[in-house]
Design a protein around this ligand. Structure first.
Ligand code: BG6
Length: 514
């Protein structure tokens, strides 16, 4: 029995998403429903949305995948996903039942029109049963190779069109969006041959993280930082996304992808764009995405020699991670024995515009590093002249801790108590947990909720994705044509290859190793 329209299908918990109004009623169709992302992220996020009254009381979730599965089997998969999710509170039986009755499954081949006929029928049934007003959200969580097929089939089955003047059809497309600029442009063409740009939501889950969104509020909601946010005051910027995990069970994807495509093209360039962008005229999708695009367009193309000097790649060998002996990348299951895939990248970027000319942005990401930490660290220029006898005065750092200790730290010099004029660097700290309590919404809940409300501000536009690939492609070309790298070149549990330290030392700087 569908829940009556006037009451929430799942009883609200405390609402960390703080949605004032639930999104429109809609059907959410997940392609890749038996896959890892669906289990780890999408189902827990959708359950959280329902439990926090952010889904409309009337909704339906339809899983689609090649695996043959009954509705009940898919519901069990969803129940396990919610129970195993560290980000979601395990529901009681009644509460789960309220959610699970809206979940069903349609199996079939992604390139088979028959599967889409079955899906269209199921959507019509759901529409009638739950009065979903014809609203449909398609989520592509399959391996990227299946995207083009699914998009075309959705078009041919008439599912990409809104069902009436008052209904909507939207599509969320997971990263990686293409594997280089050419394939991204081709995929954009395929998508835009079937959907209109305003229906398309290219997701990068980093943009849904609370701390990443807060970067915009920090910069544009405060008067005191923005005047310092430029080449006159900033010495350089370091952006680190370090993981302790290795490749896990994702070698089939990762060994053909590598850190440059997996992290730099998407998450890291997103973070750099948000740090570097100009204030948008308004906080809406067009204005914000225009400003982010200008940042990427201001990064000049690099010669092969520059790439050799300014982009470092690495691959982990055996070592110790979090106290345990771990194998090297090449010994991981399903990784090629002589794999040349990079699990680490460090690079220097210059943004040639009036705000940032001459200020290096150093980006670094890697697997099997000593700590899981993502942070943006801004080093300000030193005081022009030190009048004290103690000359060794640390520069000021502003560190935005994206995860896991979400917060912001500003370091400055203070006098050490005592007779001497001794100087020590101290910090002012803002901690999310202390200020707002635990329990931020997951990035996926935020972004799915935004999509259901038709807000694309935190999603990528086709031209932004292509501009990011345009920065990555020359590096990929350069690596393909270079002699095979001497991998492994860093031990698991260390901060990457020596060349990464050298990259900053060449400029008289050092990485902050948090
Ligand atoms: C994904 C990458 O996009 O982001 C993974 O494919 C990576 O390789 C992950 O581990 C990191 O995300 P988070 O949210 O754990 O920092």
């Amino acid at each position: 029995m569908p829940a009556p329209a006037s009451e929430s299908a799942v009883q609200p918990e405390t609402n960390p998403l703080r949605c004032e109004m639930p999104a429109d009623p809609c059907a959410i169709v997940i392609f890749g429903a038996s896959g890892d992302l669906t289990k780890r992220k999408l189902i827990p996020a959708l359950y959280d949305l329902a439990a926090n009254a952010c889904l409309a009381p009337r909704f339906a979730i339809v899983g689609c995948a090649r695996t043959a599965m009954s509705d009940d089997e898919f519901r069990r998969l969803c129940a396990d996903a919610v129970r195993d999710s560290p980000e979601t509170r395990t529901p009681g039986e009644a509460q789960w039942g309220e959610f699970a009755k809206n979940v069903s499954y349609v199996g079939g081949n992604y390139d088979h029109p028959e599967a889409y006929k079955k899906l269209a029928q199921r959507l019509e049934e759901m529409d009638k049963k739950y009065k979903l007003q014809g609203n449909r959200l398609f989520y592509l969580a399959t391996p990227p190779g299946a995207y083009a097929n699914i998009i075309e089939q959705l078009g041919q089955a008439g599912l990409a069109r809104p069902q009436s003047d008052h209904s909507w059809a939207r599509i969320i497309i997971e990263k990686p969006f293409g594997s280089d600029r050419e394939s991204a442009a081709k995929l954009n063409q395929t998508v835009l041959g079937v959907f209109k740009e305003k229906q398309v939501y290219r997701i990068d889950h980093y943009l849904g993280k609370e701390t990443v969104q807060n970067l915009l509020v920090f910069r544009f909601g405060n008067g005191i930082f923005e005047p310092l946010w430029n080449r006159n005051y900033v010495d350089h910027v370091q952006i680190t996304a370090a993981e302790t995990l290795g490749v896990e069970h994702r070698a089939a994807f990762y060994d053909n992808t590598g850190a440059l495509r997996d992290m730099i093209q998407s998450h890291m360039l997103q973070l750099a764009s948000l740090v570097a962008m100009e204030p948008p005229a308004t906080f809406d999708a067009t204005a914000v995405r225009n400003e982010k695009l200008k940042v990427l367009q201001s990064i000049p193309p690099r010669s092969t020699e520059q790439i050799d000097r300014e982009v470092v790649r690495g691959q982990y060998g055996p070592g110790k991670s979090e106290g345990k002996e771990v194998p090297g990348y090449r010994e991981e299951p399903d990784v090629h024995k002589n794999s040349a895939t990079e699990t680490f990248v460090a690079e220097k970027l210059l943004i040639d515009n009036w705000r940032w000319a001459g200020v290096p942005f150093y980006l670094r990401t890697g697997k099997r590093l000593p700590r899981r930490v993502t942070e943006i660290a801004i080093q300000f220029r030193r005081a022009p002249h030190i009048v004290f006898r103690e000359k060794n005065v640390e520069p000021n750092w502003l560190v935005l801790n994206i995860q896991p200790d979400e917060g912001i730290t500003l370091s400055f010099s203070a006098k050490l108590p005592g007779a001497e004029m001794a100087i020590k660097s101290v910090t002012m700290d803002f901690c999310y947990r202390t200020a707002f309590g635990p329990g931020s919404p997951s990035a996926y809940s935020t972004l799915i909720n935004d999509c259901m409300r038709g807000d694309a501000t935190l999603f990528d536009r086709g031209d932004n994705v292509e501009a990011a690939w345009a920065l990555v492609d020359p590096v990929l070309d350069c690596w393909i044509n270079a002699p095979a790298p001497r991998f492994p070149n860093y031990a698991a549990g260390t901060w990457g290859p020596a060349e990464s330290d050298q990259l900053l030392e060449n400029d008289g700087r050092h990485w902050r190793n948090p």
